[in-house]
Design a protein around this ligand. Structure first.
Ligand code: CAA
Length: 260
């Protein structure tokens, strides 16, 4: 039996997805994308889920891009299907109802950088490298890199990165906003697990509402986003968790949330 191309484990509400193709630096071919999609769909249906961590197998690479060997055989028609598949899977990952954390443990190039852009929070190891090098191949990003990158780092920086194919070291990636923080490689996963456990301990209904409102608000005018926030804020007063959180504060004790 062949190894899964994406590993999925879960403990205490924190799922870890690992792109598992280290011999090819975890490059994304169609099969990897389909396995990732199946894992993401499984997680989307899990009401006990609190947080997701996404990383790459091995110590060298998060994801070194879309699979160039596979792409070299594509025609315009099959390339459209491949890009559509990448977009669909990354959109499903982005739409997971809980925060998704990228633990970027090495190369995050091309489709790998785009995968990190579909995550809510990004942390990197000191050996991480970010970039959109597609123009080196005579291509452009095909999994949302022109769009999510511009929204995350601004249009000017995004075009600079795409047009020059410049690779950023981890501290430069942090400076431009591609990751939140940089940790020594041997502590990255432990630090990210700590962050995920911290999120998992908060009011689960509220964390899901926060992500939903923030994500949906980004797609429209600020007034519409603020209206969404008002609605979600008010609805939370119907949740047992909000009652418990506020009562616990008043009673000077820790809150015990039940995802309700
Ligand atoms: N696709 C397919 N295979 C890849 C790959 C990729 N994107 N990146 C690395 N590999 C493979 C290599 O071919 C090599 O395989 P073999 O051992 O069978 O030869 C193996 O992974 C190890 O890679 P290297 O020997 O090249 O490792 P290195 O340390 O010398 O270099 C690297 C590492 C700088 C990341 C280099 O591998 C590289 O430049 N990779 C390509 C990066 C890239 O251009 N990514 C963008 C792809 S296009 C894209 O992603 C389009 C999109 O938006 C959808």
């Amino acid at each position: 039996m062949t190894d899964p191309l994406v590993l999925c484990t879960a403990e205490a509400g924190v799922a870890v997805l690992t792109i598992n193709r280290p011999a090819a630096l975890n490059a994304l071919n169609a099969n990897v994308l389909l396995e990732l999609e199946a894992c993401v769909r499984g997680l989307a249906a899990d009401s006990a889920l609190r947080c997701v961590i996404l990383t790459g197998a091995g110590s060298k690479s998060f994801v070194a891009g879309a699979d160039i060997v596979e792409m070299s055989t594509l025609t315009p028609r099959t390339a459209r299907h491949f890009a559509a598949l990448g977009h669909r899977v990354l959109a499903e990952l982005e739409a997971l109802p809980v925060p998704v954390i990228a633990a970027v443990n090495g190369f995050a190039l091309g489709g790998g950088c785009e995968l990190s852009l579909a995550c809510d929070l990004v942390y990197a190891s000191e050996n991480a490298r970010f970039g959109q090098p597609e123009v080196n191949l005579g291509l452009i990003p095909g999994f949302g890199g022109t769009q999510r990158l511009a929204r995350r780092v601004g249009a000017m920086r995004a075009l600079e990165l795409v047009a020059t194919a410049r690779t950023l070291k981890a501290d430069e990636a942090k400076a431009v906003g591609l990751c939140l923080d940089v940790f020594p490689a041997d502590t990255l996963m432990a630090r990210v697990h700590e962050i995920a456990a911290g999120i998992a301990a908060k009011g689960p209904v509220a964390v899901r509402a926060a992500k939903a409102v923030l994500r949906r608000g980004l797609d429209g005018p600020v007034g519409v986003g603020n209206a969404l926030e008002t609605e979600a804020f008010a609805n939370l007063f119907d949740s047992a968790d909000a009652r418990e959180g506020m009562t616990a504060f008043v009673e000077k004790r820790p809150a015990h949330f039940h995802n309700a």
